[in-house]
Ligand binder design. Structure first.
Ligand SMILES: Cc1cc2nc3c(=O)[nH]c(=O)nc-3n(C[C@H](O)[C@H](O)[C@H](O)COP(=O)(O)OP(=O)(O)OC[C@H]3O[C@@H](n4cnc5c(N)ncnc54)[C@H](O)[C@@H]3O)c2cc1C
Length: 288
């Protein structure tokens, strides 16, 4: 099936207008359309009304506001990759965006669409989980905030309710923290076979806090929680990083598919987690 079923189209002219349109039943936000339109063509999604938010420039920002990096839901992957501010505060974003899809998808695909699609292989879901970011969800009755680690209810399912949209993501900035993302895919521009992101806060050579995100390997909420716990208070050393990688590999739940068998994916998780931690620590030292 390559033709979507009948659908109505509305172009929102403001966030309030979008929320008013979304209060009607059977509506769906259209952002970059790079996931939704293919799903509609396959009739895996059959919304009655599309609410196009591409005109809402007020949701297309990347800026620092006090202790947070704020990323609007309509910022594109390419905007994040181009943002010197984001790259300076969180190199993990640039690491990840360099390997998300291809330039065409990156020009259209949005940060909000990435999180809301809730694809188990989405790179940014793991990045935002590692960075302990917060999602700002807007509805007609105002904003509510949800930790990104609680945002996904399962594959293709989020906490966003009827009549709501994701407005922005806030990432807490910790001066001196280091971060990195490591991904293995079958070919350039492809989805991950496995990937790992790390955000490290160090006190000299001791780990004050570790954020570890995993994608495509069935980690609950994209987080390697047991490995994070293991790292807390330990030395930022090769030994700790290797052990954390092994713990992350043990606790994730990859499934065998066309991208590889389960044991290969666990092997990648161990190796990529170790590498991400190593690079994050090196960057933390440089920035501290
Ligand atoms: C060929 C190809 C390769 C790709 N490779 C990768 C990859 O390697 N790694 C990766 O991480 N991603 C990859 N992607 C996904 C891509 O990067 C985008 O993240 C994805 O298309 C979603 O963004 P979008 O703006 O296009 O969302 P859309 O397709 O417009 O929307 C996706 C879903 O999110 C909802 N939505 C969108 N914005 C909001 C909002 N603000 N509030 C509430 N709901 C919203 C929509 O209603 C829909 O359900 C790939 C996509 C393609 C087409």
């Amino acid at each position: 099936m390559q033709v979507p079923s009948h659908v109505e189209y509305e172009r929102a002219t403001s966030v309030d207008h979008a929320l008013m349109l979304l209060s009607r039943p059977d509506t769906r936000v259209l952002a970059g359309g790079h996931s939704l339109i293919p799903m509609m063509k396959l009739r895996l999604a059959q919304p009655g009304v599309l609410v196009d938010i591409n005109g809402l420039k007020e949701l297309a920002f990347i800026k620092r506001d006090g202790g947070n990096l704020r990323i609007g839901a309509l910022a594109r992957h390419a905007d994040l990759l181009d943002s010197a501010l984001a790259g300076e505060l969180f190199p993990i974003f640039h690491d990840a965006e360099r390997v998300v899809a291809d330039p065409i998808v990156r020009l259209w695909g949005t940060i909000g669409g990435s999180l809301c699609q809730a694809d188990p292989s989405e790179d940014l879901s793991a990045v935002f989980a590692a960075a302990r970011a917060t999602a700002v969800i807007r509805g007609q009755r105002g904003d509510r905030t949800v930790p990104v680690r609680d945002f996904h209810l399962g594959p293709y399912e989020t906490v966003i309710g009827p009549g709501e949209l994701l407005a922005e993501v806030r990432v807490p900035v910790h001066p001196g923290a280091g971060s990195a993302y490591e991904k293995v895919a079958r070919r350039v521009g492809d989805w991950s076979i496995a990937a790992a992101g790390a955000v490290l806060r160090l006190d000299r050579r001791t780990i004050k806090e570790a954020g570890l995100g995993l994608t495509a390997v069935g980690a609950e909420h994209f987080v390697a929680a047991e490995a994070e716990e293991f790292l807390h208070g330990r030395a930022a050393s090769e030994e700790s990083f290797g052990a954390a990688g092994a713990i992350a590999a043990e606790h994730c739940q990859p499934v065998a598919d066309q991208r590889g068998p389960e044991d290969y994916k666990r092997h990648l998780v161990a190796e990529l987690t170790t590498r991400a931690l190593r690079r994050a620590a090196a960057r933390a030292n440089l920035e501290a």
